[in-house]
Write a protein that binds this ligand. Structure first.
Ligand SMILES: *Cc1c(COP(=O)(O)O)cnc(C)c1O
Length: 336
């Protein structure tokens, strides 16, 4: 048995748990999936995923709620988004109901790795789909694998929340009418050079502008933006080339329906962000990280480092996730 401190101290990194869920697609249909102890994937050298990056993924967490139930937060949204990603990449979508069954099976099998209530740790679940069939010419493969593995992870912010420092990137993340809204591995592959450069220059993340006009805020490599206006509205960028974050969509609902704030999802001109009082990033891993400063080629735009409105939003959403605050219908999904 680990102590709370030991759970919280776990890194946000892969560690192997005993069981994963695997289903194969062949001969035009998904075969019945099952739990397996085998963590290695054996692929032919010409597998579609290795040649043309035909793969997509998801990320969600299982954890113990206040009433002792082991739950996931809105996994139906991940199931649907993964099916959407698959269709965008000409992969056969994995049935959404089967996705939820697989989530339950993996968590139940690795139950001893679900942290107890009262920690900020969780059992991170990584669903992924990849082309296993051989290709040489450019075309969708005819065989695929769906897999969910689990890895316990600690508190995202060790030793307190620290405001992030971002810079405006000269690279683009996603093309208009491209794959920016798809949770595809390829979007991450092409953001790594820009990310490494930003880190080398002392920044935590890149802010990407829209590729077409370079005047609107898009997102970072892996998180959506949140802004708070001077009159206390939650403002979030709307764009067909950003990834529809489950966290962001949940926060918009919480702001509007639980905190009585105005929530505006609309195109956000970069020229406007200096007028916002708070800025943050959101995603499953950290929920909300406040952004203290954005560097636009030497011109610095700063935001409240304590981000009181965003921290209130964060507290409310994490309260809902832990079952301390009544959740809207269907948001907490019991898995065991
Ligand atoms: C996964 C992801 C997010 C965050 O989405 P959540 O559903 O909130 O975890 C944001 N941006 C990108 C590019 C992503 O891949």
């Amino acid at each position: 048995m680990k102590t709370k401190e030991e759970w919280n101290a776990l890194a946000f990194a892969y560690s192997r748990t005993p069981f994963r869920y695997v289903a194969r697609y062949a001969n035009g249909r998904w075969e019945e999936g099952k739990l397996t102890e085998r963590a290695e994937v054996v692929l032919g050298e010409s597998a579609g995923v290795l040649q043309y990056a035909q793969t997509c993924f998801e990320g969600l967490k299982a954890y113990t709620a206040k009433d002792g139930r082991i739950v996931c937060f809105r996994p139906d949204m991940n199931a649907k988004r993964m099916a959407d990603s698959a269709r965008a990449l000409e992969m056969p979508p994995y049935p959404e109901d089967k996705f939820l069954e697989a989530v339950k099976a993996v968590v139940a099998a690795n139950r001893e790795f679900v942290p107890p209530y009262g920690t900020d740790a969780s059992l991170y679940l990584r669903p992924t789909m990849y082309a296993t069939g051989a290709v040489l010419g450019v075309k969708p493969a005819d065989e695929y694998e769906f897999r969910i593995f689990a890895s316990p992870v600690g508190a995202y912010f060790k030793g307190g929340i620290r405001p992030l420092k971002l810079r405006v990137s000269d690279f683009d993340r996603a093309a208009p009418h491209g794959t920016g809204h798809v949770k595809a591995g390829l979007n991450y592959a092409m953001s790594m050079h820009a990310g490494a450069e930003a880190h080398a220059e002392g920044f935590d993340e890149n802010l990407y502008l829209d590729a077409a006009t370079r005047t609107f805020v898009e997102e970072t490599g892996g998180a959506n933006f949140l802004f708070v206006s001077k009159d206390n509205a939650l403002v979030t960028p709307r764009s067909s080339t950003i990834l529809p974050s489950v966290t962001r969509r949940s926060l918009e609902y919480v702001a509007e329906h639980l905190l009585g704030m105005k929530a505006e999802e609309r195109p956000v001109p970069f020229a406007e962000i200096g007028s916002f009082s708070e800025c943050g990033l959101c995603g499953t891993a950290a929920v909300i990280s406040p952004v203290g400063e954005i560097d636009d080629h030497g011109r610095k735009i700063s935001f409240s480092a304590d981000a009181p409105v965003l921290m209130k939003l964060r507290e409310t959403l994490t309260g809902i996730q832990r079952g301390e605050i009544d959740a809207p219908e269907g948001w907490l999904f019991p898995v065991v």
